[in-house]
Design a protein around this ligand. Structure first.
Ligand SMILES: [Fe+2]
Ligand SMILES: [Fe+2]
Length: 313
């Protein structure tokens, strides 16, 4: 799958721009789920403003000792993780946009770039205005990086390597699919989705941090479009015979993503179980083979072994 792009034209071919593909445009039959064009239309309808968020009450609530320390720790951990995550997503999206294998994918990825810009701005504001981190983004990122867990560091470095690979050879479809596994399926589809869901739920329970909750609800809606795009692209990749590269990337990244839950202390949420369930659902949507899914995920699911009669006596 290769889109129309001047990247493919050298000087000698400048006068001979490619015409329309023989037999008309390739049919995008990846379904189920929305197509990139439908996701684009949804993006036009779902705009919000990071600048308009009111974080003044959140700042007071964060300083308020009445909120349990575990809650404030969770909030600090979530905000710093998303500061790195959103900024990295924005920073690394360029190669993925340039390496896009289809024209309608390029259109969608443009909307995602705008979204990640807005998410990064929202996170920078939360970092400064609520947590009291430096207002200088470079200092804030260094502070947040120091607070992030080892597994987050490893995953961010893996993403950086995948983005560099795509940048070196933007028309290599396999490299592009690997990057989409890391960014769209694992980071956005599992980590961000589960993290946002748990945080929004917890904030709703304690009826505080309205500004942060509003931002995470809006970001979650954006992320679900990004994940929808990733699932579409990967499903189509598998249909076009690239299952091996997709499975290889999943084997690299899934153990890292599923290790993160062990690194949150004092929070009574089974991140791993939620993550495994979400990932299993995504793998069903991209049409991964059941044998591969079982190989990747079954050992994370605690098996209930029936007790023998002798043990019950
Ligand atoms: Fe984002
Ligand atoms: Fe995203």
């Amino acid at each position: 799958m290769t889109r129309w792009t001047t990247l493919l034209m050298d000087d000698a071919r400048l006068r001979a721009l490619p015409g329309p593909p023989a037999g008309g445009p390739a049919e995008d039959t990846a379904g189920p789920g929305p197509t990139p064009l439908e996701l684009y239309r949804r993006w036009e309808r779902q705009q919000w403003s990071a600048e308009a968020l009111d974080l003044s009450g959140d700042r007071q609530a964060f300083a308020d000792e009445r909120h349990p320390a575990v809650m404030r720790d969770m909030l600090r951990s979530a905000v710093t993780t998303f500061i790195i995550g959103e900024y990295t997503g924005l920073d690394m999206l360029g190669p993925i946009l340039t390496g896009s294998p289809a024209e309608e994918y390029t259109l969608f990825l443009g909307t995602q770039t705008a979204d990640e810009t807005r998410h990064t701005r929202a996170m920078f504001r939360m970092g400064t205005e609520v947590l009291g981190l430096s207002a200088d983004p470079r200092t804030m990122l260094a502070q947040a990086w120091r607070l992030a867990t080892l597994a987050h560091h490893e995953l961010a470095l893996l993403e950086g390597e995948a983005a560099r690979d795509v940048r070196a050879q933007p028309m290599d479809y396999g490299r592009w699919l690997r990057a989409v596994v890391l960014f769209h399926l694992i980071t956005e589809g599992v980590l961000a989705l589960v993290g946002q869901r748990v945080l929004v739920h917890a904030l709703r329970e304690i009826r505080a941090f309205e500004g942060i909750r509003t931002a995470f609800v809006a970001m979650g809606r954006d992320e679900s479009r990004h994940v929808g795009f990733g699932l579409h692209a990967l499903r189509r990749g598998i249909q076009e015979g690239h299952a091996e590269v997709i499975y290889g990337a999943l084997e690299e990244a899934a153990p890292l993503a599923l290790r993160l839950d062990t690194e949150f202390d004092g929070i009574a949420v089974d991140f791993r179980q939620m993550s495994v369930e979400v990932l299993r659902r995504h793998l069903g949507r991209i049409g991964a083979s059941p044998v591969f899914v079982s190989h990747l995920l079954d050992h994370y699911t605690p098996r209930i072994t029936p007790r023998t009669d002798r043990e019950q006596e």
